[in-house]
Design a protein around this ligand. Structure first.
Ligand SMILES: [Zn+2]
Length: 348
């Protein structure tokens, strides 16, 4: 049991490689956030270290030390001395009080791996190093990693995780076997939610749609009520702003002042929901109601769709995409929102 939802073909491939002793020592798993890259890396680390005949068993002492999901802190979940997980983890200051998340993998983190690579495994036969967000390495970290990948000792496996290979040195990519994790079919996620998580059909179908093929996102929806609240508020903002007058919309945009990184992330998150809603409005408009993601709001979205033609909706979708890009950049949030509000079709 790799503990991964979907990706059966990749697991079969890894199994074959392990059985024939040809597993690459440097691997790179690419794919969207939540598609299951870390889960697959954990499964593979367990497969390489677990001593059960049906490895990875997921329940033995070794498997639980490799990844202990019961620990609340993500960084504390990796307890096995032969498995190291490096990520943009939160750093606590001396008092342990204030924490800041890094935005890059830095050279010290790679040096830490370098030091550990030099010593033989403590408990198992191999050592596994997992580097999360490998597409966010500093130049120094990239160069240090490159050296590491040149000639790792035979007991070392290095697994890089990245959304895609875009920001990774060509020389690093060429030293890794790149395995791309495609979005998991919604039907697979829906079935999993019904059979393993006890969801009823309607909820399973909605969560599968919202996950967009990323099982980890589906699990978040399963366990995190605040995600639903946020989503409800964001969809409500689509419905509310649509019914406003020109002046009302202008006024609405002024809610989105400020410029901090947190604020940007929040507005981008909201606009991503807008994008999903307006895509749904387009789908309804062209008669593809069954493909709608936000099925539980299809009534309200239908009302908006009924007042518009497909061309206007399509044009607005580009407008939202453009706004997301601008806010991710350093554009003034309020100005971008004002334009977006006035571009929204259906003004009376
Ligand atoms: Zn085990």
């Amino acid at each position: 049991m790799y503990g991964v939802i979907g990706h059966e073909n990749i697991i079969r491939y890894l199994e074959k490689a392990i059985e024939s002793n040809s597993l690459a020592q440097s691997l790179m798993f690419t794919g969207l956030e939540g598609v299951g890259k870390k889960e697959l890396a954990v499964g593979l680390a367990r497969r390489l270290l677990c001593k059960s005949p049906d490895a990875p068993c997921g329940v033995c002492n070794t498997c639980r030390k490799i990844y202990d999901a019961t620990d609340k802190k993500e960084s504390a979940r990796f307890k096995h001395p032969d498995v190291l997980f490096v990520t943009l983890q939160e750093e606590s200051d001396d008092s342990g009080a204030s924490k800041t998340a890094r935005s890059e993998i830095v050279i010290d983190q790679i040096r830490d791996i370098q030091n550990k690579v030099a010593t033989a495994p403590f408990e198992g036969d191999v050592r596994v190093f997992i580097i999360d967000h490998a597409d966010h390495m500093t130049v120094g970290a990239s160069n240090a990693l490159l050296k590491l990948l040149e000639e790792p000792p035979s007991y070392v496996y290095i697994i890089l995780l990245a959304e895609n290979t875009k920001n990774i040195l060509e020389t690093i990519i060429s030293r890794c076997q790149v395995i791309d994790l495609l979005p998991v079919p919604l039907e697979t996620i829906r079935k999993y939610l019904m059979e393993k998580e006890g969801c009823d059909e309607e909820r399973a179908s909605l969560i599968a749609h919202l996950s967009n093929g990323a099982p980890v996102i589906a699990e978040r929806y399963l366990n995190d009520e605040t995600l639903w609240e946020e989503r409800a508020a964001n969809i409500q903002s689509v419905i509310e702003s649509f019914s406003l007058t020109r002046a009302g919309r202008f006024d609405y945009a002024s809610r989105y002042s400020g410029s901090g990184a947190d604020k940007r992330l929040k507005v981008v998150g909201m606009l991503e929901t807008w994008l999903a809603c307006w895509r749904d409005i387009l789908l309804i408009n062209v008669g593809l109601v069954n493909n709608v993601i936000n099925q539980d709001y299809s009534g309200e979205l239908q009302k908006i769709s009924g007042k518009l033609d497909a061309e206007a909706i399509r044009k607005y979708l580009f407008g939202i995409e453009d706004a997301i890009k601008k806010i991710r950049g350093n554009a003034n949030i309020q100005l971008v929102m004002e334009v977006l509000m006035l571009e929204m079709p259906g003004l009376l």
